[in-house]
Ligand binder design. Sequence first.
Ligand code: GUN
Length: 305
Amino acid sequence: MADDMTDEATLIDGKALAARLREKIKDAVTGLKASHDLVPGLAVVLVGEDPASQVYVRNKNKQTVAAGMLSFEHKMPADTSIEELLAVVRRLNEDDKVHGILVQLPLPDHLDTNLVINAIDPNKDVDGLHPINAGRLMAGQKGLVPCTPLGCILLAKQVEPDLTGMNALVVGRSVLVGKPVAQLLLNENCTVTIAHSRTRDLKEVCRDADILVAAVGRPKMIEGSWIKPGAIVIDVGINRVDAPEKGKGKTRLVGDVDFAVARGVAGAITPVPGGAGPMTIACLLRNTLQAACDLHGIEMPNIDI
Ligand code: GUN
């Protein structure tokens, strides 16, 4: 129905944007090899056998190699001790072939995540999770920025290159996404609100949001009717729900926003899957390129998309 179609939000194609970014990174890596004989290297450490983590790590490895970078995988058993894990991190800190270090989360319960993150050389912390990088982001200093938040900003800027003055609402206050994306939006001159599980009237807060970033991990937490007409909606949620319409026992992925209703109200919206998700690994490769350049005092090539 054509009439309905014209009222629907623009779909922000994160899959296509991520592919474009990876192409730019690949060209930059080729250039870096030619000009400086430098090949960026990314090391990923995976402890245990969490199936979702294994899929992420496999994809990271594939895309790192496809971008022309070196990929180092360190798979360790679930009963690895903190001393053994810290020893691997310290070895990677000293390895000149490694410019980016990522320890896949979540770690098994007996391992202290903060101890491990704090042991990573901040200049190789391509996840942007070390407190030094969090501090740099807040202080407006150059540093490594968490990948999913960076992807959110790139997606929003595809719709509106200048976010200055817009009301941005971030729903969720995690260290991995909510807090850093709020800081990045502030750096883009947005007026930023952070809402969370204790927010009193989320519907009311949503009403003024020109940009809404949803990062809570609860399916359909944001109702479509709450969205401000014309808003840019970036849905970071990846929730697996039952999908009986696909057959008995089948599931599908949905975001934190009620997409079916929201797409009739928003100006632009990311789908799930195919929105924010694909941007994360592309931004990880971007950060690895940046870390390699910074560690060697080379100017970062232009990879604007
Ligand atoms: N597990 C899920 N997402 C992430 C991420 O962005 N970084 C790390 N290290 N682990 C994750």
